[in-house]
Design a protein around this ligand. Structure first.
Ligand code: HEC
Length: 99
């Protein structure tokens, strides 16, 4: 997840620099990294966590399309929502229930 953090920080920098192309690449990487964790959340007890993961992936994908379209302001708003979505999973501490 450290890679996820670094990528999210780089994404924030790219959006601040209004570099839509770079932001699109970075948000695609975030969606990919979250997607790679998906198998962890396949059991019933993680239903809510899986839902949060999917919502977070969707936000990363929204940032990707907004950034590609040059909608930097919209992408920044989605970025705020993305941060909340990362935190909403962490607040549940699903790692304590992993086998
Ligand atoms: C579906 C749940 C979920 C989502 C969504 C999620 N995380 Fe995590 N994250 C975890 C879990 C579980 C841990 C604890 C992992 C561990 O300690 O083994 C964690 C730990 C971390 C850590 C601590 C360092 C580490 O490697 O353990 C960082 C940093 C982090 N996440 C960043 C992010 C960022 C940035 C996002 C959003 C782009 C995000 N996470 C979204 C579940 C999630």
């Amino acid at each position: 997840m450290d890679k996820l953090q670094d990528t999210r920080d780089d994404l924030r920098d790219a959006l601040d620099a209004k570099d839509g192309a770079k932001a699109a690449t970075l948000s695609r990487d975030i969606a990919q990294l979250l997607h790679e964790d998906e198998p962890l959340w396949q059991t019933e007890k993680f239903e809510e966590v899986r839902r949060i993961n999917q919502a977070t992936i969707q936000l990363a994908e929204r940032i990707q399309s907004q950034s590609s379209a040059g909608e930097i302001q919209g992408a920044l708003e989605s970025y705020t929502a993305l941060q909340k979505s990362c935190a909403s999973c962490h607040d549940r501490h699903p790692e304590q229930q992993l086998p």
